[in-house]
Design a protein around this ligand. Structure first.
Ligand SMILES: N[C@@H](CCC(=O)N[C@@H](CS)C(=O)NCC(=O)O)C(=O)O
Length: 207
């Protein structure tokens, strides 16, 4: 059975889980105790030298990093719908996946992390980066339903986790009606499951 090492509050792990679900690939979720630094122990570092979730173990084939996991799953278990095989469309999807490690991580993701875990980081520049990303996709999504092509792809799955949880980083989604409609289209998929809301009692913990 495929194993996904994950954490319920991780948007990076969430997009990997959504990919497994969208592809209907049976899997077990293994929650890594990030608060107690299980990810920095030798057993986990043997899976991912950077000591982070998500990690996928496909019967001995170990892949770390959400983008790598999504791409691996799309190529291995997909039929070309979620991850198109046409080189230009494939490249467009990977361009969006690259954003998950760029402005999404440094903007929306970082603002959420700083806000819910009270890291002391200045939220304003993170929020500004997050809003710039939202401004861009709001404009694009005013003329199209999906980020790439005419149907849902890994581009949408990759970007949705930290966009949906933007309010947890004090980024209001009200000014972004097309982004909200896009999120609703993703959330309407039968395989969708939301990123867990942050329990109040955990907010002092740190990942
Ligand atoms: N670029 C990586 C980022 C992974 C990442 O930041 N994981 C966080 C959880 S969202 C983590 O494991 N943090 C624990 C740590 O860094 O010690 C990916 O997309 O997989």
């Amino acid at each position: 059975m495929i194993k996904l090492y994950t954490h319920p509050l991780s948007g990076n792990a969430h997009r990997a889980e959504l990919t497994l679900r969208a592809l209907n690939v049976p899997h077990d979720l293994i929650v890594v105790d990030l608060a107690n630094k299980a990810q920095k122990q030798p057993e986990f570092l043997a899976l991912n030298p950077f000591g982070q979730v998500p990690v996928l173990d496909d019967n001995g084939t170990v892949i770390w990093d959400s983008v790598a996991i999504m791409t691996y799953l799309g190529l291995t278990y997909g039929d070309g719908t979620l991850l198109p095989r046409d080189p230009a469309l494939f490249a467009q999807v990977t361009a969006w996946l690259a954003k998950t490690a760029g402005p999404i991580a440094y903007g929306l993701g970082a603002a959420r992390r700083a806000n819910i875990f009270r890291t002391g980081q200045d939220l304003e520049p993170l929020i500004r980066t997050g809003r710039e990303f939202l401004d861009t996709i709001e404009s694009l999504l005013s003329t199209r339903e999906w980020l790439v092509g005419d149907h849902l792809t890994l581009a949408d799955i990759g970007c949705c986790s930290y966009v949906a949880s933007a309010p947890e980083g004090n980024v209001d989604l009200a000014p972004y009606p097309h982004v909200q409609a896009w999120l609703s289209r993703i959330e309407a998929q039968s395989w969708f499951t939301p990123l867990a809301p942050v329990p109040v009692g955990l907010r002092a913990a740190s990942t």
